[in-house]
Design a protein around this ligand. Structure first.
Ligand SMILES: *Cc1c(COP(=O)(O)O)cnc(C)c1O
Length: 244
C-alpha cells in the first residue's frame, strides 16, 4: 500500500466532502445531511482500506463477483456496503450476502430473489440474526423510456406496486428511491421529478425517505434537489477502466 495512493485518496475524499458540504450549505440544509457513498467498483480492496482509514463509512460496489470478494476482504472495517449498479436476478443471492443497501431494485422478480437470497444468508450465518436489507427503488427518469434502458430503472407508474412488494418481503426494508440522471440533459429537471416521486412515495410509505441521486459530475444538482445520498466514484478514486 503506497503512501502516495493514501495521500491521493485522502486529498480527493476531502475535496468531495467539501463539495457536498458546500452544496448542503447552498441548499440551506444542515451539515452532514447527505450521505456520501464512495463508489469503489473496479478499484482494489486496498483502496477501500485506505478510504476507511480516511473516515469513509459508506462504500458502493456494482459487479459480482468483484463486489462480494471485496466486501469479505474488508469485513473487519465495519463499513456499510451499497450495491449501486444493476443486479441480474441470478446474482441477487450473492448480493444479498454482503450488501446492506441495494439501490437498484427495478422489478418484482428481483425483490423475490433478494428476499430468498437474504433469508439464505441469514440461515447460513453470512448475515447476523435480525439483519435487514434496505432496498431502494431505481426509477428511470429518461423522457423517452426506450432511450436509456441500459441503466435500468422502473417507470414511475410501476413504483407503487414495487414498493408494496418490498414491504411485503420478509427481511427487506423499503428505504426510498434512486436514479441516475439521463445523459446529455440538465440534471436539475430529472432530479426535481425524482423529488416529486419521492414525496408521492412517502405519502404511502413514510419511512421510505432516502433519495439516492448525484454522482461525480452532478452531485451539486442532486443535493439542491433534496438527495439524501450521493454516489461518487471517479471524483474520489480517479478514472476507472471501462466496465463491460
Ligand atoms: C459507477 C456508478 C456511480 C459512480 O459514478 P462516478 O461518475 O464515478 O461518480 C454512481 N452510481 C452508479 C449507479 C454507478 O454505477
Amino acid at each position: 500500500m503506497s503512501g502516495g495512493r493514501a495521500q491521493e485518496l485522502a486529498t480527493s475524499l476531502g475535496e468531495v466532502r467539501q463539495r457536498v458540504a458546500e452544496a448542503e450549505r447552498a441548499a440551506g440544509r444542515p451539515p452532514g445531511d447527505v450521505v456520501l457513498v464512495v463508489v469503489t467498483k473496479t478499484f482494489p480492496a486496498s483502496d477501500v482500506r485506505l478510504l476507511a482509514a480516511g473516515g469513509a463509512v459508506d462504500v458502493g460496489e456494482s459487479r459480482e463477483p468483484e463486489a462480494g470478494r471485496k466486501a469479505v476482504e474488508c469485513a473487519d472495517l465495519g463499513l456499510r456496503w451499497h450495491q449501486v449498479g444493476q443486479v441480474q436476478t441470478r446474482k441477487a443471492a450473492a448480493v444479498a450476502a454482503w450488501a446492506d443497501v441495494v439501490h437498484s431494485v427495478d422489478r418484482a422478480r428481483l425483490v423475490g430473489a433478494l428476499e430468498r437470497g437474504h433469508r439464505r444468508a441469514l440461515d447460513e450465518g453470512a448475515r447476523p440474526e435480525g439483519h435487514v436489507l434496505e432496498v431502494l427503488l431505481q426509477v428511470d427518469l429518461a423522457e423517452d423510456p426506450a432511450g436509456d434502458g441500459e441503466r435500468g430503472g422502473a417507470s414511475p407508474r410501476e413504483l407503487a406496486e414495487l414498493a408494496d412488494a418490498v414491504e411485503a418481503a420478509e427481511g427487506l426494508r423499503l428505504g426510498g428511491l434512486m436514479a441516475v440522471a439521463p445523459l446529455g440533459v440538465d440534471p436539475r429537471e430529472p432530479f426535481a421529478r425524482l423529488a416529486q416521486l419521492s414525496a408521492r412515495l412517502r405519502r404511502d410509505h413514510p419511512g421510505a425517505a432516502a433519495v439516492s441521486a448525484g454522482m461525480s459530475g452532478d452531485l451539486e444538482a442532486a443535493v439542491a434537489a433534496g438527495a439524501t445520498h450521493v454516489r461518487v466514484g471517479r471524483a474520489v478514486l480517479g478514472a476507472r477502466p471501462p466496465i463491460v
